[in-house]
Design a protein around this ligand. Structure first.
Ligand code: S3P
Length: 182
């Protein structure tokens, strides 16, 4: 029947959805909720990097520096994207790496930006020990502004992530369907 074969084709062709956004945007919280709504698997890239290299991602970053950490993220991302029907929570800085951006493009990944403003980030990250959150106030703010410009340039879908996670997941789902990504 043409209806069911169209359905099968659509399912087979689902693009991976990659959650992008600053630390504290809620990628790891929204990701499983969105995955459940879509019937997709969920992978947290930080967790996958931790498992692959058998050391917490933040410790790897602190120990070996950002350049090597980005290389490792890219290796694991390529592996993760072999799975179909997938939602991935990227790390906050994954998309700063040109190779990871190429990998995402090669897999027709949809970059969904969880957009949060500075006051929300500053509030959510109070006391955070993430290595790239340890600088001075102005260094953090500079990182945020630079990243925000990059996310804006790369995003295919943008969701206001200041709201609670269930609402963010529902809006992301609605927007992905409206833009025929899923
Ligand atoms: C990073 C964000 C972290 C983690 C690492 C680097 C970044 O992930 O990958 O500390 O560069 O912004 P979250 O965005 O999940 O906190």
């Amino acid at each position: 029947m043409s209806g069911s074969s169209t359905g099968a084709r659509r399912r087979a062709a689902s693009r991976p959805v990659l959650l992008m956004g600053f630390m504290g945007a809620g990628k790891s919280t929204v990701g499983p909720l969105l995955g459940r709504r879509l019937g997709f698997s969920f992978v947290d890239l930080d967790t996958a990097v931790s498992e692959h290299f058998q050391s917490p991602a933040n410790e790897q970053l602190a120990a070996m520096g950002e350049r090597e950490f980005r290389r490792r993220e890219g290796v694991v991302l390529e592996d993760v994207l072999q799975v179909r029907n997938l939602v991935v929570a990227l790390g906050g800085g994954t998309v700063t790496d040109a190779r990871s951006r190429l990998i995402i493009r090669a897999h027709r990944g949809c970059l969904l930006w969880l957009d949060v403003d500075w006051p929300t980030v500053a509030h959510r990250l109070r006391g955070s020990t993430r290595p790239l959150w340890q600088g001075s106030d102005w260094e953090r703010r500079l990182l945020f502004d630079r990243r925000r410009a990059l996310y804006a340039a790369l995003a295919e879908v943008r969701v206001d992530a200041r709201q609670d996670a269930l609402t963010v997941a529902a809006e992301a789902h609605r927007d992905l369907e409206a833009q025929r990504v899923v």
